[in-house]
Design a protein around this ligand. Structure first.
Ligand code: SF4
Length: 373
């Protein structure tokens, strides 16, 4: 059995991408595994496994301009900034087994944003005349951030719609937060939306991701949102292998049983996210792929979104192309939207993003996933 699969079976695996020249390394920190890989590709360093793809064996995602085959790499221009995302911080009240951003009660790699951070970017949106209708908040668990309500208020006051991605558990259910949400609901109606993560319609599979007791706590949060007539949707996952029709039927039964006014057939009301398998082999995306796959670059999240994050210890916030590349410094576009619009060199060309990351292929072009769905 490959060592990483072995490690996944026995304990939590924390991934971190490291790039150095033509080497692309995935570092896995695992608990309790210490056996060598038969092919010698995996090095163990006191609890750390490094999968090193060297220039000799694998030079994919190494050159921003061309793929390993020498074909021109695809890129995506920002057509219109319709959604600006803020990552409120990577701390979360729970730790999911396959969280794409590895949020947990200990992960503070992305620190809490503040109301002042949000205000600066909203000012910039206005100055630049961007048609940004929606402001999205993701984490981590956004309601862990003490400024969450104030950040949402600022956006709503300025006429933006607000979407908050949450697990609807205890951080959202604190009396002070509930009271503030009710006030926002009363003042701004459906301009405030929440998207609640339920990984599977069954308690057992949801909790296989999120841990014991999580299902009922999320349902309590959803019950409260439904009772108080909030506008909310649900985010599910396809990782358990059911056919999509079966999956949507299962969610519909859950929604009907709880009295939620949600249509599970509608992909906007039940968003199903494809799995981000870090270990899956993935092809690179060339300019020819758009025609071959009959996909428009404008359908990619980075054609209509940007995300703001603040890294631990960093002097300022930075702009990233999308919600999916939160940790890779090679995708930082500058500290302002103005700088991002002109980002050039490396993975950018006059503000366009070169699809030089495995997620671009795996999750967006081939996987069809988008946080903006
Ligand atoms: S991961 Fe997807 S949205 Fe992000 S830059 Fe790549 S293609 Fe664009």
């Amino acid at each position: 059995m490959p060592l990483l699969r072995l490690a996944s079976r026995f304990g939590r695996v924390h991934r971190r991408y490291i790039r150095h020249n033509l080497q692309f390394c995935i570092e896995y920190r695992v608990r309790g595994i210490s056996s060598p890989d038969a092919e010698g590709r995996i090095i163990i360093m006191s609890g750390t496994i490094k999968t090193m793809r060297t220039a000799a064996s694998d030079i994919r995602f190494a050159n921003p301009d061309v793929t390993a085959d020498g074909a021109p790499r695809a890129q995506v221009e920002l057509r219109a900034l319709s959604t600006l995302w803020f990552n409120t911080g990577t701390l979360c009240n729970i730790e999911c087994a396959h969280c794409y951003i590895e949020s947990s009660p200990r992960n503070d790699q992305l620190v809490y944003l503040t109301s002042s951070d949000v205000r600066l970017y909203l000012d910039e949106v206005q100055t630049l005349g961007y048609p940004t209708g929606e402001i999205g908040f993701t984490g981590g668990e956004p309601f862990m951030n003490p400024d969450m309500i104030s950040m949402a208020s600022i956006c709503l006051e300025r006429g933006h719609e607000v979407l908050i991605l949450t697990n609807a558990m205890q951080p959202m259910q604190r009396p002070g937060v509930k009271g503030a949400l009710l006030k926002l609901r009363s003042a701004y109606g459906d301009a405030l939306k929440l998207r609640v993560s339920i990984d599977h319609f069954s308690e057992a599979l949801h909790e296989s991701e999120r841990g014991p007791g999580t299902f009922i706590h999320t349902l309590k949060g959803l019950d409260w949102l439904a009772e108080n007539d909030f506008s909310f949707t649900v985010a599910g996952r396809t990782r358990f292998g059911e056919d999509e029709k079966i999956l949507r039927e299962g969610y519909q039964q859950l929604f009907s049983a709880r009295g939620y006014k949600l249509d599970a057939v509608d992909p906007a009301q039940l968003v199903l996210f494809p799995e981000m398998d870090e270990q899956a082999a993935v092809p690179e995306i060339t300019t020819a792929c758009w025609g071959i796959l009959d996909i428009s670059p404008d359908a990619m999240m980075c054609a209509s979104s940007r995300m703001i994050v603040k890294r631990k210890g960093a002097a300022s916030t930075v702009v990233l192309p999308c919600t999916l590349l939160a940790y890779d410094p090679a995708f930082e576009m500058g500290s302002s939207l103005t700088e991002a619009a002109d980002a050039d060199g490396g993975n950018f060309e006059n503000g366009a993003v070169k699809l030089n990351h495995p997620h671009c292929a795996k999750f967006c072009v081939l996987g069809g996933g988008s946080c903006s769905q």
